[in-house]
Design a protein around this ligand. Structure first.
Ligand code: NAD
Length: 272
């Protein structure tokens, strides 16, 4: 197969959870732009309908809350019944509820040290970012096996799952580390069915997450100073990896985590 043909997704059906905004929307764009039909699932019904309209005829939006296990499983069954198959699934829906133990100004944040983490914040973040991923990939694998195997599952993890940090909410860290290990375990188990499972681990990308604090110019300038590639990530920056992992171009790649962070995991570009 020619290298350019490897990236062609014509005739494929992709599902993206959290597809109304940010990284999920960028994944969906990458799918549609390379020929796939895409189903966006998002808890924000108005935003997901608008996003699907913007993407055009190849996209369909559905209001789905990944915390609602029965609703999420039912949504996958409905997509399979309507579209006939599901080839690619991005388990992407996720939230952060900052601060962590340090606030934006670098001082200790009240109420967020380990001993003060509210139960509802633990349950919500673990519920969406880890259990929601589990239910999503389980529904995806069931359908992919039922249609004879093959397929690609991509989980959005985070550099926060690889390295501790004072800023995200405490439960965000173990949720993302758990999701990353879930990818490795699944990749091992599902390989026999030709189903590949990989992760995209972004660094800081300008999206609405955590109340949208990364969208301000001041935050972006600060992140750019510290980042080896000297700028903050934008949703567009995840499209290449999404296309690679969704397509035949990665047919011998499973169980990996692609870090997209402008080199920030290497260390600080400018310690000052
Ligand atoms: N932006 C970053 O810097 C960054 C870095 C690392 C990882 N991530 C991860 O990327 C993923 C996408 O985040 P983003 O930055 O695009 O944020 P975003 O807020 O722009 O998008 C998240 C989307 O998920 C949806 N969502 C939230 N809860 C949901 C639920 N219960 N069910 C269904 N949909 C739900 C939201 O409505 C939203 O459309 C998350 O898993 C996040 O943890 C983001």
């Amino acid at each position: 197969m020619r290298a350019t043909e490897m990236f062609d997704l014509t005739g494929r059906v992709a599902v993206v959870t959290g597809g109304a905004s940010g990284l999920g929307l960028a994944y969906a764009e990458a799918m549609v732009e390379n020929g796939a039909r895409v189903v966006l699932m998002d808890v924000d019904g108005a935003a997901v309908a608008a996003a699907a309209r913007r993407l055009g005829a190849g996209a369909h939006g559905e209001a789905v809350d990944v915390l609602d296990r029965a609703g999420l499983r039912g949504a996958f069954e409905a997509v399979a019944a309507r579209e006939g198959r599901i080839d690619v699934v991005f388990a992407n829906a996720g939230i952060d509820v900052p601060p962590g133990y340090l606030g934006k100004d670098g001082t200790r944040a009240t109420g967020r040290a380990l001993e003060d983490v509210p139960d509802e914040i633990w349950d919500r973040i673990i519920g969406i970012n880890l259990t929601g991923v589990f239910v999503t990939v389980q529904a995806a694998a069931r359908q992919m096996r039922a249609q004879g195997g093959g397929g690609s599952i991509v989980v959005t993890t985070s550099v926060a799952g690889q390295r501790a940090s004072p800023m995200p909410a405490f439960p965000y860290m173990p949720a993302k580390a758990g999701a990353a290990h879930l990818v490795r375990q699944l990749a091992l188990e599902l390989a026999a069915y030709g189903i590949r499972v990989n992760a995209i681990a972004p660094g800081m990308i300008a999206t609405a997450i955590g109340g949208g604090h990364t969208l301000t110019e001041a935050v972006q300038a600060g992140v750019a100073r510290k980042t080896p590639l000297r700028r903050m990530g934008q949703p567009e920056d995840v499209k290449g990896a999404a296309l690679l992992l969704a397509s035949a171009a990665s047919s011998y790649i499973t169980g990996t985590e692609i870090v997209i962070d402008g080199g920030r995991m290497l260390g600080l570009a400018d310690p000052g």
